[in-house]
Design a protein around this ligand. Sequence first.
Ligand code: ACM
Length: 176
Amino acid sequence: MRAGYLQFSPARSDVPSNLRFIEAGLAKAGADLVVLPELALTGYLFASREALENVAEPVPGPSTERLAGLCRREGLSIVCGMAERSRGKVYNAAVVVGPDGVVGTYRKSHLFSSEKALFDPGDSGFLVFDVAGARVGVLVCFDWIFPEASRTLALAGADVIAHPANLVLPFAQSAV
Ligand code: ACM
C-alpha cells in the first residue's frame, strides 16, 4: 500500500470550499490511502456548540457521498476528519471512505481542552478497518498521547495507524 497525506488549513465552517480543496488534492495524490486533517470539512475552531451543530453532518451524508465519488474517480481510499451529527450528539470523528462508500467511522475518544465543551465523547471504541489490502487503525489527534490507544489498535491487528490531527500543542508541532 502506498499511503500519503493531504495537509492543509481547513476553512472554518466552509464545507464546500474545503471539499473543493480536497478534490484538487486527491487528483494529485498518487496513493492508495490518503489521510486528511482532523475536522477537515469544517475547520477546527468553533465559537459555540450551535455553530458546530450547523455544519456537522450525518454519516453517511452529503459530504461522505461526495468523498466517495472522489475516491471512485481517483481509485483510492481516505481517512477524513469531520464533525459527525448523530441522534442529537456531535462527534469529532474520522470517516474511512473508499470507492464503494463509507467503510467505517471512528469517534475521537480523548477530547482535547475546549473540545469537551463542544463535542460529545466518542463511543466507537478503537477500530481497525480493511483498506486496500491493509488493516488500518484510526486515531484522532490527542488520542495519540495515550499509549493504550495505539496498543489497542496493534493488538486488534493494525498494520498502520491513520491519524488525522490538528496539532495545537507547541511541543507536538515542533516534533512534526
Ligand atoms: C487536538 O486533539 N486537536 C490537540
